[in-house]
Design a protein around this ligand. Structure first.
Ligand SMILES: NC(=O)c1ccc[n+]([C@@H]2O[C@H](COP(=O)([O-])OP(=O)(O)OC[C@H]3O[C@@H](n4cnc5c(N)ncnc54)[C@H](OP(=O)(O)O)[C@@H]3O)[C@@H](O)[C@H]2O)c1
Length: 473
């Protein structure tokens, strides 16, 4: 890793939930481990009437583990971001805070999406986004949701291009900061074992699940206007899919990786070419309409499962089954690649056809790791075949807890490394496919499912005969 350089991390929305729960703990951990330069400053911006000490007090209460050394690096600038006049004062304060040495500056937009553009225009108007050739970097981190459909994502990208160069824009999806997601590249392209099997010749079906046990948890109004498709499928799930299915990149350079991900997203089969009732199952958990902030007549999906295809040479004909939902039986994120049966049934077919001999499962959370299912002979007379498993557990192998995804991603931003961030064309192709899904969804029933179940039973029917069933952790 390159050595850290002096930087100012300016968090816009510093009194909010994301800052307290994710950004500050991640920055403090990176600081403690020497991944940030000792002169790094973390500058909070919001409307609360705080001074530096008031901000520190808030941080100390929100994150009791913060050390004094880190807190001493924090500052606060009260600013109303909707008010264009206040950006000159913000610029003057940031410049005054910068020590003599030139520092990179990162603006983290931890604010609601409606404020993204007014804030960026304000920063631009005060000269805060301009960077000199070979001068310190000026970068912007943009949280999800990035748009709510293709048209709004295109409009936002277009507006960003007028203010910033693409190399300054870090569209974040924290799933890409998870170790197991990054390990996908190593697993596939560093080991001779897996990549030769990674295609339609050997893989029969791929399933990806992002399952949550919680319901809307006080975010009813936001969730009801968003739904599972836009909240999880459009970003986390499609990003995992792109990494699973992409071709080997020419190098590990950010654009080489992102070029390959875009090709996958472009090749995803739209739902105009598929029968919606056989390829889409949407559901809503019982009691959803009684949640605070939710419309009592709401048709918003809290569960979605789809069967789709990636129309490329590598994946032709392989079904990709994707599902995500709230109030499900167990919290986990996983990818499971089911391998085809051997070409000749020397030992007879498995008695139950859902028991496929080989499957590779990538556990993304919790218990991050990789497991491989295969069959072995049971010791003793005769030939009795039993399932067995090789299990790799990240934490057990490396003897320490995995770093939080935000920590890794924030350090990457400070190094100017965009490999794990989403480029404008990735966003646009993912929204194009999501729009086609949302159109097709209108012709499908909204099933009710029990809290703590695996969603609508109909989602099992997305598997064909002898294609197996959903993996449930
Ligand atoms: N929370 C999460 O886990 C999470 C996860 C993924 C993505 N996100 C995204 O991250 C963003 C922030 O989420 P959040 O949950 O942290 O929201 P939040 O708790 O509502 O915080 C919003 C922040 O914006 C500030 N703010 C609002 N209007 C402002 C204005 N006019 N001028 C200056 N500051 C203003 C608020 O501070 P004052 O009230 O003090 O002004 C507060 O600090 C959203 O885009 C969200 O979609 C959040």
């Amino acid at each position: 890793m390159p050595s850290p350089q002096p930087a100012q991390v300016v968090i816009l929305g510093a009194s909010g939930d994301l800052t307290a729960r994710k950004l500050i703990p991640a920055l403090a951990a990176a600081f403690r481990q020497g991944h940030l330069h000792p002169a790094t400053q973390v500058i909070g911006v919001a409307r609360r009437p705080w001074d530096d000490d008031g901000f520190r007090e808030h941080l100390r209460c929100a994150v009791p583990s913060l050390g004094d050394e880190f807190l001493a690096r924090t500052r606060y600038v009260l600013t109303h971001l909707e008010s264009a006049e206040e950006y000159r004062a913000l610029a003057a304060r940031l410049d005054a805070l910068a020590d003599a040495a030139p520092a990179h500056r990162v603006y983290y937009l931890a604010i609601k999406p409606e404020l993204f553009l007014p804030t960026l225009r304000g920063l631009h108007g005060a000269g805060l986004l301009q960077q000199a050739v070979d001068g310190p970097r000026r970068c912007v981190v943009i949280e999800k949701p990035f748009g709510s459909d293709l048209a709004s994502a295109l409009a936002l990208n277009h507006a960003l291009r007028e203010l910033l160069d693409e190399s300054q824009i870090f569209r974040i999806d924290h799933y890409l900061g998870k170790e197991t997601v990054q390990n996908l590249l190593v697993l596939r392209f560093r080991n001779a074992l897996f990549e030769p099997l990674w295609n339609q010749k050997y893989i029969e079906l791929v399933q990806i699940t992002v399952a949550e046990t919680i319901g809307v948890e006080g975010r009813g109004a936001f969730y009801d206007g968003t739904g599972a498709v836009r909240d999880i499928l459009q970003n986390h799930l499609l990003q995992i899919l792109a990494l699973i299915a992409m071709e080997p990149p020419a190098s590990l350079a950010a654009d080489d990786i992102r070029d390959e991900k875009v090709k996958v997203l472009r090749a995803l089969r739209g739902f105009a070419a598929l029968d919606p009732r056989r390829h889409i199952v949407r559901g809503q958990y019982a009691g959803y309409r009684r949640e605070a902030g939710v419309d009592p007549q709401s048709e918003t999906e809290s569960f979605i499962a789809v069967r789709t295809y990636i129309d490329t040479w590598r994946w032709g004909g392989v079904p990709f089954l994707l599902r995500t939902g709230k109030a499900l039986a167990k919290r986990f994120t996983s990818v499971r690649l089911q391998l085809r049966m051997p070409p000749h049934a020397l030992f007879g077919a498995p008695e139950e056809c859902h028991l496929r001999p080989n499957a590779l499962t990538l556990r993304i959370q919790p218990n991050d790791g990789v497991e491989l299912d295969f069959d072995v002979k049971e010791p003793g007379p005769g030939l009795v075949i039993k399932p067995a498993k090789l299990d790799f557990d990240y934490a057990a192998r490396f003897g320490r807890a995995l770093p939080d995804a935000y920590e890794r991603l924030l350090v990457d931003v400070l190094h100017g490394d965009q490999s794990l961030f989403i480029r404008s064309d990735e966003i646009e192709h993912s929204w194009r496919w999501i729009d086609s899904l949302r159109n097709a969804m209108r012709d499908t029933p909204l099933y009710l499912y029990e809290r703590g179940s695996w969603g609508p039973f109909a989602s099992d029917d997305l598997f064909g005969p002898c294609e197996g069933r959903w993996w449930c952790g």
